[in-house]
Design a protein around this ligand. Sequence first.
Ligand SMILES: Cc1cc2nc3c(=O)[nH]c(=O)nc-3n(C[C@H](O)[C@H](O)[C@H](O)COP(=O)(O)O)c2cc1C
Length: 195
Amino acid sequence: MNPLLQLLTRHSTPAKALIDPAPDDEQLKQILKIAMSAPDHGRIQPYRFITIRDGARYELSEVFGKAVSKRDPNASDAYVKKQKDKPLRSPLIVVVVACLTESEKIPQIEQMLSAGAAAHNILLASNAMGFGSIWLTGDNAYDTTVFEALGLAANEKIIGFINLGTEKIKIPRQQEAEPDDKMFEWKSPANDRLK
Ligand SMILES: Cc1cc2nc3c(=O)[nH]c(=O)nc-3n(C[C@H](O)[C@H](O)[C@H](O)COP(=O)(O)O)c2cc1C
């Protein structure tokens, strides 16, 4: 596909519409290599990727169950089940973790942006390879029970649970964005001087 059209038609796929096969090891490595081509001030690679598939998804499901019960001991069984079902909807989850360091030169917001760009590249790469994907967070992305289970260090944050797989049904991009309302030319008398 034309690369511009590829970018224009990038779309998310609901997690429950993602089925096997997920990217295999080689494809996943390629996707993460593309993730790591994201812009990165100082080339510090302020991220890492935790991949979860097969039985490990059931383990994560238990962790989500424990996390929601701790957050809200009065949570209904239906709500706990909804949270526990999340890791089971699609065959592969890539947890994108931002690894933030103290730096005078590279503020942490820039490190977060690089991690976000890497996450976005996962979406672009997976779509380009014919897979579906969606970037999800929710309360479990900000929960210390989940951090502990996944082995996050104090300086690390989950920025997304990226669900990946094959689209059960082809989902077209909903609506093309129109940039007109988002574009503002900064006009200055200097513009005329250069004409
Ligand atoms: C940081 C981040 C977190 C997100 N978390 C969720 C989420 O928890 N649940 C959800 O339904 N969509 C979430 N989204 C939005 C979807 O990933 C997706 O972008 C949205 O459904 C629009 O679809 P599109 O990507 O096809 O335009 C998140 C997006 C970002 C960038």
